[in-house]
Design a protein around this ligand. Sequence first.
Ligand code: ADP
Ligand code: AMP
Length: 219
Amino acid sequence: MKLRVVLVGPPGAGKGTQAQFLSAQFDIVQISTGDIFRANVGNGTKLGLEAKKYMDVGDLVPDSVTIAMVNDRLAEDDVRHGFLLDGFPRNVEQAAALDGLLEELGSGLDAVLEMQVDNDEIVRRLAGRRTCHGCGQIWHVDYDPTKVEGVCDTCGGELYQREDDQPATIRRRLEVYDEQTSPLVSYYAERGLLVALSATGDVEGVTARAIEALKRATG
Ligand code: ADP
Ligand code: AMP
């Protein structure tokens, strides 16, 4: 099934975790703007140097930079079979730009999955998040620990804690979500695309409910 889906939700809601399972389930590419920015930061590109200034303090990277990057990514061949956007759009301007880009490609969105989690749980999830340097898999020190601390079970790579998962930056990112990103919920509800999903409970349960909800919304 060719599916074009957006995941919306606060930082730590589990977008990246679920995107890995959902993209495999529906055989579509995962496009994470956060991952693309982090790869550019890691490689020291001009885009990475520009993005880092904003990421380090928990602010959004300017729309001009982000939208141009997504425009390039959506022009690639693999997107024709469907995609799952994780972390984009993050404000109404980006959502409107996405509508324009998809119109040019001749295909609109099928669904927007809103992942709902309360703030206390978000802070617990972000504070314990660890990511693999090697394969990018997401772990959690309590909820999803590796067998050997600091080492990825899947590829043996070293785990790291994201710099923006520090308490002050987490607070700022939650503010940014409330002020700039949460208006997307009504933006997409008005367009009949919104599918609300409780993202609390274990990862497998959330995945099962997400698959069910997406099949119902697009079936
Ligand atoms: P996001 O991409 O929305 O910022 P992540 O997918 O990176 O969120 O998840 C944040 C943290 O929460 C990670 O450490 C992940 O292992 C953990 N996590 C994700 N989903 C769940 C869940 N359903 N229950 C417990 N922990 C979870
Ligand atoms: P994420 O990996 O989705 O948590 O994103 C990490 C950081 O990357 C964010 O706090 C922003 O600084 C930046 N970022 C990711 N996606 C976007 C976006 N769509 N617009 C602006 N900034 C973004």
